[in-house]
Design a protein around this ligand. Structure first.
Ligand code: VGL
Ligand code: ZN
Length: 199
């Protein structure tokens, strides 16, 4: 097997929603989210192009319980909770994408009503690696949209965390993504170059 072909100019890393409100002490805390920050920092320099996405909601967003939505208020634009985790090495981020900005529409995917696909395509990026929060919402929908836009799509499964409304959500989500043609790989193996070529 030849050496892995990671770190091509046509690769990008997408860090989804690694925001304070989804991390320890946040209003929509995801269990063990903080654990993925340092390992993400380690792989950032491997990628020629790094994108972050941020949930960026108005205070009256449709997804909040007060408006009949499923979630407590979270990631209200311009607030501390909407900021990226302070441990994330933001110097490595080349493009920041904000989503969920309209009061009346949910947007879990980083591609939804943003310029993300355009920005990737204009750089001739053909493959995206996805890490971040949350497995069963933003990671899932961002991966599905990446595939729809024609990118080879890899989810690094050890660098994502789920908001587990039901205990099986994480497992079911990953099985579904794999069936749809999204590749699942481990950052520990893949990014160290010792195994697991997702193609
Ligand atoms: C998300 C719940 C609510 C996510 C966003 O980014 O996965 N989850 N809003
Ligand atoms: Zn949200």
């Amino acid at each position: 097997m030849p050496a892995l072909t990671i770190r091509k100019l046509s690769d990008a890393l997408i860090i989804t929603d690694l925001q304070n409100d989804f991390c320890k002490g946040g209003t929509l805390e995801v269990p063990l989210a903080d654990q993925i920050v340092e390992p993400i920092n380690k792989i950032l320099p491997l990628f020629p192009f790094v994108v972050s996405t941020q949930d960026w909601h108005p205070p009256n967003h449709i997804s909040f319980k007060a408006q009949g939505g499923p979630w407590p208020p979270h990631c209200v634009r311009e607030t501390h909770g909407a900021g990226l985790h302070p441990g994330l090495n933001q110097k490595e981020i080349d493009l920041r994408i904000y989503k969920g900005e309209f009061p009346d529409r949910e947007a879990y995917s980083g591609f939804q009503e943003t310029r993300l696909a355009h920005e990737l395509k204009k750089r001739d990026i053909t493959r995206v690696f996805i890490v971040g929060l949350t497995t069963n919402y933003c990671v899932k929908e961002t991966a599905q949209d990446a595939l729809k836009h024609g990118f080879t799509t890899v989810v690094l499964t050890d660098l994502i965390r789920a908001v587990n409304l039901r205990p099986e959500d994480e497992k079911h989500t990953l099985e579904k993504l794999a069936r749809q043609g999204i590749r699942l790989a481990s950052a520990i193996l893949f990014c160290s170059g010792t195994g697991g070529n997702p193609g």
